[in-house]
Design a protein around this ligand. Structure first.
Ligand code: ZN
Length: 364
């Protein structure tokens, strides 16, 4: 293995104690899609590969209520806190949590804050926050889609309030639309929010290309909805023709990636076809543009990803790329996923990319 740079890694065991199982199965009990296994096995593979011990550990500290209130309403925060102190409940739409869920969700948001702080202050070159519960669907006054607090939005608001960051960009490659992050900065020209996702998957009727920002923020929310069945060819083309050029035009001081790994071909909730080498390539493209525009300042914050067997290999490829350290682990599913038909860019996918690219001139 060769070593270069310094990559931070943030993880807390208690993230795995967040309990989404209680309210999810009205009939036969079973594992909620958003269960600890995907995250645990991602971290376990990092450990077994030898990479984990070569990463710089970052310690999470819980977001305070004032930190959360930069994004969320005080009423919503109080509601989650009250339910958490009792028996848990549902934060809104498909967001069950157990007792203590408030503290774990605040530690997830605070974890992303700490990862951003470590990168902005130069303590590390880049960082991955393996947090749970995820955050990109959470809205100011309700949880949605397994997300209680908007981890990335809270962290960017913290960076702007306390760390001297003015311009930040979010690239959300989770297969679902990053509606919460979009809503947090919809009229703000200082935060460019980009989401590439399966067209109209979740939330319903969310993530349209027409939703391009409002007021002074017009142009600074960019949705790239892709047809189901998109593979590596489509994603790489979308990054080359839309996402990377958008970042070059905007010139953020910091890039945060909403790193859902559910656009992988083996994911049960998405209908896309990425494999681990695609994630490696996307991570490399983000690092390259970050190197040019913001001194390489990149934070990845974990979002979705529901295949317990495959999330770890996609995650390992990303961590290898971030750290510049290759391990001797190979993805046992790679050959199969590479051989699937339609991995190459298809005309209807290219048409979707062209429509998004037409919005680039709005970014000044
Ligand atoms: Zn997702």
């Amino acid at each position: 293995m060769t070593e270069s740079g310094k990559t931070g890694f943030l993880f807390e065991e208690i993230y795995l104690w967040h309990d989404a199982a209680t309210a999810a199965f009205p009939l036969q009990p079973g594992h909620h899609f958003e269960n600890p296994d995907t995250k645990r096995r991602f971290r376990d593979l990092l450990a077994v590969s030898g990479l984990l011990e070569r990463l710089h550990p970052i310690k999470a500290i819980a977001a305070t209520e004032d930190d959360l209130a930069r994004l969320h309403t005080r009423d919503y925060i109080a509601q989650i806190k009250r339910m958490s102190a009792e028996r848990g409940g549902d934060a809104g739409e498909f967001t069950p949590f157990g007792p203590g869920g408030f503290e774990i969700a605040a530690l997830a948001a605070g974890g992303v804050m700490r990862a951003v702080e470590a990168v902005v202050t130069g303590a590390v070159d880049n960082a991955y926050a393996l947090v749970r519960p995820p955050g990109h669907h959470a809205e100011p006054n309700r949880g949605r889609g397994y997300c209680i607090f908007g981890n990335i939005a809270v962290a960017i608001m913290y960076a702007r309030a306390k760390l001297g960051v003015t311009r930040a960009a979010v690239v959300d490659w989770d297969v679902h639309h990053g509606n919460g992050t979009q809503a947090a900065f919809y009229d703000d020209p200082n935060v460019l929010t980009i989401s590439i996702h399966q067209d109209n998957l979740y939330p319903a009727n969310s993530g349209s290309i027409a939703d391009n920002g409002s007021g002074r923020g017009v142009g600074y929310n960019l949705n790239v909805p892709m047809p189901p069945g998109s593979g590596g060819g489509a994603y790489i083309a979308a990054f080359e023709r839309v996402i990377v050029p958008a970042l070059r035009r905007f010139k953020p001081e910091l890039i945060v990636v909403a790193s859902g790994l559910d656009a992988a071909g083996l994911d049960p909730l998405g209908r896309m076809m990425l494999h681990s080498e695609h994630y490696r390539r996307l991570a490399r493209m983000i690092l390259q543009v970050a190197g040019d525009v913001c001194a390489g300042r990149v934070v990845l914050s974990h979002e979705g990803g529901y295949s317990a067997i495959y999330v770890p290999f996609c995650g390992l490829a990303i961590m290898e790329e971030l750290s510049g350290i290759r391990t001797n682990i190979t993805d046992p599913y790679l050959e199969m996923a590479e051989s699937w038909g339609y991995q190459a860019l298809q005309p209807h996918q290219e048409a979707a990319i062209d429509r998004a690219a037409a919005l680039l001139p709005r970014i000044k």
